[in-house]
Design a protein around this ligand. Structure first.
Ligand code: ARG
Length: 455
């Protein structure tokens, strides 16, 4: 370059290059260039034969990219310079016209917006695949009782289907978040030039339509500095990964000897190098551990953008690796979870035995007293003392005698024993969103409708 009297230092080159990771933007960069050239010709900024020559060269480069024969040079700093260099090699001096009325600043922002739009779509598909697996498992285990927990202490019994559906609703919100990411990335930066606009009569609205954008960025300064759509992707990814991490964490607990609620299929587990009896739920553990990595990518980009003066600064090159790793990691986790959840086997006996712990009906007994006019707070105290009594005597609640009940409250009669029978404490949770079978069935249908998943 004429402006410089020294070659770039080798360490600077290594620090400065982005081609090692932004090469995956090549298909977007080529599509952008094709439509940009088309627009330049439509606006009489270049001649028709120049457009044809540029398009033929871009076609040639696209073929080389696809076939993996693109000849890289040591001097290629990023995907944009590499493609422009190669177009010029193939087309001759007319290649120099490719960069008319644009800058790498609006170009890279546009490539990245197109990339985010596509990844938002593929991430939504991966979310729906996992949601489908969860809904199918919920259907298979519709009336399997299990203990519901708070503080990881048995709290109240629920159906396994109800518990699994909780994750389906998280995924429905994740899907919505990624759809909003797609919308945030649908505003076209191209045409902003370096930062101030360009000295040509370009047609950005036409370009937006040709490249599949919904609108044109209204401020050239904002257009080249905006990376909100990347932050949006990373924020949605961090939240989704956090959901997956909770599911992974539960699968790890459930597959322990102590819980014995579930067993992961062999395809999703590994053995120990020393203890032959072991089968470890590694997939669930790894998914559990990925969440902070994704949250880290979000925090890192916030750090890059924080206090960054307008407009383009080379700092912005740091957006890509965070985005790429987040998208790759999240989609891999979603795919793995769909496979692992789809092949998980649950142990009905263990789940049912744990759910049959009568102390889980303590709230239901308190509610029985409430129906008889006792205030809830007072009922809470009475049942607490019954639990204490049962624990002291080593009895189940249903083994307490009528005299022992009467010693705690005159309102505790034979109906006390009915409350503890069978599934009464599950089936009495008839409030909307509750665990009674009819409500869970209703919820499953709603989840299917919201997620657009057929049975
Ligand atoms: N490789 C750069 C990036 O990823 C492309 C934009 C470079 N623009 C510039 N003015 N140096 O951000």
């Amino acid at each position: 370059m004429a402006r410089f009297s020294q070659p770039q230092d080798h360490a600077f080159q290594r620090l400065n290059e982005s081609i090692s990771f932004d090469w995956r933007l090549a298909p977007y960069d080529l599509e952008l260039s094709r439509e940009h050239v088309e627009m330049l010709a439509r606006q009489d900024i270049i001649a028709a034969d120049e457009r044809d020559a540029l398009c033929a060269a871009l076609e040639g480069v696209a073929r080389e990219v696809q076939e993996g024969t693109f000849p890289f040079s040591d001097q290629d700093e990023d995907v944009h310079t590499a493609i422009e260099r190669r177009v010029t090699e193939l087309a001759g001096p007319v290649g120099g016209k490719l960069h008319t009325a644009r800058s790498r600043n609006d170009q890279v922002a546009t490539d990245l917006a197109m990339y985010v739009r596509d990844r938002a779509t593929s991430t939504v598909e991966a979310i729906l695949a996992l949601a489908r697996a969860l809904l199918a498992r919920a259907e298979d285990h519709l009336d399997w009782p299990m203990p519901g927990y708070t503080h990881l202490q048995r709290a109240q019994p629920v159906y396994l289907s109800h518990h699994l559906l909780a994750y389906a609703w998280m995924l429905a919100r994740d899907r919505d978040r990624f759809e909003r990411v797609g919308a945030a990335a649908a505003v076209l930066p191209l045409g902003a030039g370096a930062l101030a606009g360009v000295n040509f009569d370009t047609d950005r609205a036409w370009l937006a339509g040709a490249l599949g954008f919904d609108a044109v960025a209204p401020n050239s300064i904002d257009a080249v500095s905006n990376r909100d759509f990347v932050l949006d992707y990373l924020a949605a990814a961090a939240t989704c990964a956090t959901h997956l991490s909770r599911l992974g964490g539960e699968v790890v607990l459930w597959s322990s000897e102590e819980f014995g609620f579930a067993e992961v299929a062999d395809a999703w587990a590994s053995g120990s190098s020393i203890m032959p009896q072991k089968k470890n739920p590694d997939a669930a553990e790894l998914v559990r551990a990925k969440a902070p990595r994704l949250a880290g990518h979000l925090v890192a980009l916030h750090g890059v953008l924080h206090g960054l003066p307008l407009t383009y600064n080379k700092d912005l090159q740091e957006d890509k690796e965070h985005l790429f790793d987040a998208a790759d990691t999240l989609e891999l986790c979603l795919e793995a979870m769909a496979g692992m959840i789809g092949s998980l086997t649950f142990n009905r006996t263990r789940l049912e035995a744990a759910a049959a712990d009568e102390f889980l009906a303590a709230t239901d007994i308190a509610d029985l007293l409430v129906r008889r006019g006792v205030s809830f707070r007072e009922a809470h105290g009475i049942v607490g003392s019954l639990v204490r009594l049962a624990l002291d005597e080593g009895k189940r609640l249903s083994e307490l005698t009528p005299q022992e009940l009467a010693s705690r409250s005159p309102q505790l009669d034979a109906e006390f024993y009915d409350v503890l029978k069978g599934r009464n404490w599950l089936e009495s949770k008839r409030s909307e969103g509750g665990t009674s079978l009819a409500r869970v069935r209703e919820q499953l249908e709603r989840a299917r409708a919201v997620l657009g998943v057929s049975p």
